[in-house]
Design a protein around this ligand. Structure first.
Ligand code: NAD
Length: 372
């Protein structure tokens, strides 16, 4: 059983899908591990650190030769996978809706593609959930990115020269990223408020010491669908939310938006008119910018200024914390493969629940129900 760890090829991707720690654990399971040279460089991991744990370091062809499992952070280019065994597993964040042609190519190439972002949100799979591990870091980094762009301090400071008032930070979308953004902004000393369409988040916001901003008594507020994800809201709810947010947002210095709806464009939460109502020097960070954006005028990969307000739209925010993001991502992959490791066969064997949830291609065909 050979596991190949590839150097990520996507522009701006600094993470790596295995660390010396997970290589050591795979070797202990009896696997052979090959790591492409320089795979960990951008995450501050030298080739030698992998070699010390038993990995073979080589070029891409050598790394892939006879591989049973290919690990990646993002899906590797199917054309670059020559040499892997027929039926080899591709285990990575495969962006199945955004990279449909690539999924088709995995099928025609005879690979079994396993999309880690489709991992079901069930208790036993929590430690395998790349969306959670990466979102948590994104929420943290979003606040630091906001602080770096903000020309003022976050905490209240009483000095001999006078008082600096605390920044007001508003977090929109209180999933994994939003909760970490609230906690981080609080730690930096901001006055924090937050909102979500899922009523269950009110308690979570309060428990982090922040102020919940919620539309009351409107039909369609229980915006929670399958797996705890948000669903599309009623028009009445959307109108009420926009009004409430408009009044609140004009008083904010920092806004972090994190709202996503799986498989769809991100909901628009902030309009240009709302941006214009904010004070000059305020900062908005749009963590959903790559899914279409929560903020009007946000541009993926850029920091733009509108009405004196900076709108931060960094791509691939977890990659901006490449060392920690890689460590958690790599553990997610190890936790997944080791949980299904069959000692007798010396390889992982998936069960139906998780296999059906994440398997995109098999036997030359696309097999996932959400892609048919
Ligand atoms: P997400 O990244 O899909 O979305 C971020 C947040 O945006 C969500 O809280 C969502 O409700 C919110 N949102 C969507 N549309 C909005 C709108 N119009 N206005 C305001 N907010 C809006 O969410 P996530 O981080 O993946 O978390 C979703 C849920 O899943 C949470 O309850 C989380 O605790 C849960 N979860 C469970 C597990 C598990 O059990 N294994 C793992 C991770 C997360």
């Amino acid at each position: 059983m050979k596991i190949a760890v590839l150097k990520e090829a996507a522009a701006g991707e600094r993470r790596v899908s295995a660390t010396p720690e997970t290589v050591k654990k795979f070797v202990a399971l009896g696997a052979e591990v090959a790591v492409e040279a320089n795979a960990g460089l951008d995450a501050s991991i030298a080739d030698q650190a992998y070699a010390d744990m038993g990995a073979a370091i080589g070029d891409r062809a050598g790394t892939l030769k006879d591989a049973d499992i290919v690990l990646g952070v993002q899906g590797p280019d199917p054309a670059s996978l020559k040499g892997a065994k027929p039926g080899a597993w591709i285990v990575a964040g495969l962006n199945p809706f955004g990279e449909r042609a690539r999924v088709d190519a995995y099928a025609s190439g005879g690979f079994e593609a396993l999309a880690m972002e489709f991992m079901p949100r069930i208790t036993r799979a929590q430690s395998m959930d790349i969306l959670s591990s990466q979102s948590n870091l994104s929420g943290y980094k979003a606040v630091l990115d906001a602080a770096a762009e903000y020309g003022r301090a976050f905490p209240m400071m009483m000095t001999a020269a006078g008082t600096v008032s605390a920044a007001k930070a508003f977090v929109m979308g209180v999933g994994v990223a939003g909760l970490q953004a609230i906690a981080t902004a609080r730690r930096l000393g901001a006055q924090v408020s937050a909102t979500d369409v899922r009523a269950a988040t009110r308690e979570q916001i309060l428990s982090l010491g922040a102020k919940p901003i919620f539309v009351e008594a409107v039909q369609g507020i229980e915006g929670e669908g399958a797996g705890g994800y948000a669903t599309e809201m009623s028009d009445e709810y959307k109108a009420a939310q926009a009004e409430l947010v408009s009044a609140h947002i004009a008083k904010q210095d920092i806004v972090i938006t994190t709202a996503l709806i799986p498989g769809r464009a991100a909901p628009r939460l902030i309009s240009d008119a709302q941006i214009a109502s904010m004070k000059p020097g305020s900062v908005i960070v749009d963590l959903a910018v790559e899914a279409g954006g929560n903020v009007e005028g946000a541009v993926a990969g850029e920091i733009v200024e509108r009405h004196g307000v900076k709108i931060v739209g960094h791509r691939n925010v977890p990659s901006r914390l490449a060392a920690d993001a890689s460590a958690l991502f790599a553990r997610n992959l190890f936790n997944f493969l080791s949980a299904f490791w069959d000692k007798e066969q010396g390889k992982p064997v998936l069960d139906e629940e998780i296999g059906n949830a994440i398997r995109l291609t098999q036997g030359g065909k696309v097999v996932h129900e959400r892609l048919l």
